[in-house]
Each structure stands twice: as C-alpha cells, then as structure tokens.
Design a protein around this ligand. Structure first.
Ligand code: IMP
Ligand code: MG
Length: 179
C-alpha cells in the first residue's frame, strides 16, 4: 500500500517560491520573446502557477517525454512522446520541470532545443534533489532543494496517483519514479 508519510513542502512555501521565481524570470526576460515549455505531466501544476507570476505576455507549450531505465534511475535515453507545436527558432526557451533528479532528462532536452536553434535555453524547476545528480546540468531557476526521498503532489505522481495534492508529500513505500 502506498502511504503518505509527511508534508515536505507546504502550499504556502510553494506559492512563495513560485512568486519569487516568476519575479526573477520577469526581470531577466523583459523585452524578449519567451516561450515556457512545460514537461508533462509533472510540470503542469507548477507551469500554471508560474506563468501567472510573469509580468509580460509569454508563449506556452508542452512536451511529454519518458526516460526508460531500470529501478529508480533513468537511463538517459529520452523518448519524446509528445512534441511542442511552437516554432521556437530565435525565441528564448525556458524548460519548466517539476523535479530534477539525475539531470539526464533535462540535459537531453537542453541539447535538443539548442539544435533547434532557440535563441537561448534555460531550465526552471520547482524541486531539485542535488544528491541524486548524475550529470552536471545547470539549473538557472531552482525552487526548493529537497533530500533524496520519493515525493508526490504538486504535479508529481506515484503510479499516476497524488498529482492533485496541493503540497509536496513524502511517500512511505519503496516507490520508484514512473517516468
Ligand atoms: P531525471 O532528472 O532525468 O532523473 O528525471 C526526473 C524525473 O523523474 C522527474 O521529472 C519526475 O518525473 C521523476 N521523478 C524523480 N524523482 C521523483 C520523485 O521523488 N517523485 C516523483 N517523480 C520523480
Ligand atoms: Mg517529470
């Protein structure tokens, strides 16, 4: 049985960091053409909150990826299940993620958007587990660093459950990431 153990990040803490990140992004990209690219499904909740903290019109798009691997780590082989529909050539792309774990997914996506000739590619995540990193991918906008525990809520799932919890919880099973 999956059991919710404790709240790791509260709703108000999340809201405060999202506000701060939105203000920082608004300052940095003022006057530029920015497209937020949310990584489905996990980043959907963060994306919806973040875009409303940005003070000028931005484009939004989504992409779905899966990283196949064994056990709790991703393999680094990233398959695109759903691509964006926006032409991002010469536009500034900000990849919006729920959680950066090994960093392999984002490293791959960053290279992909560079090949697609975006004007710039940066990374924004609401959560990060620095102790799990396998590749050194720079996180330009990092919300909250968390310890190496399996978490759900605020878009994150365990076996497609718990995405709708408004706060981030630690799960009390030998849970493995589903994507
Ligand atoms: P990575 O950085 O390439 O290892 O991939 C990170 C992705 O793995 C996240 O976007 C999540 O989809 C998933 N993931 C990693 N840790 C967790 C967790 O604690 N809970 C839920 N999903 C996780
Ligand atoms: Mg994800």
């Amino acid at each position: 049985m999956t059991e919710l153990k404790k709240v790791l990040v509260s709703q108000s803490e999340l809201a405060k960091r999202v506000q701060e990140l939105g203000a920082e992004i608004s300052r940095d990209y003022e006057g530029k053409e920015l497209v937020l690219v949310g990584i489905l499904k996990g980043a959907a909740v963060f994306m919806a909150d973040l875009m409303r903290e940005i003070t000028f019109p931005v484009g939004i798009d989504f992409m779905a990826v899966s990283s196949y691997g064994t056990g709790s780590t991703t393999s680094g082989v990233v398959t695109i299940k759903q691509d964006i529909h926006t032409d991002i050539r010469s536009k500034h792309v900000l990849l919006v993620e729920d959680l950066i774990d090994t960093g392999l997914t984002l490293q791959h996506l960053k290279q992909l958007f560079a090949l697609r000739e975006a004007a710039s590619v940066r990374i924004c995540t609401i959560l990060s587990k620095p102790s799990r990193r396998l590749v050194d991918v720079p996180i330009d906008y990092c919300g909250i660093e968390i310890p190496d525990e399996f978490v759900v809520g605020y878009g994150l799932d365990y076996a497609e459950q718990f995405r709708n919890l408004p706060e981030v919880w630690v799960v009390g099973v030998n849970a493995q990431p589903s994507s």
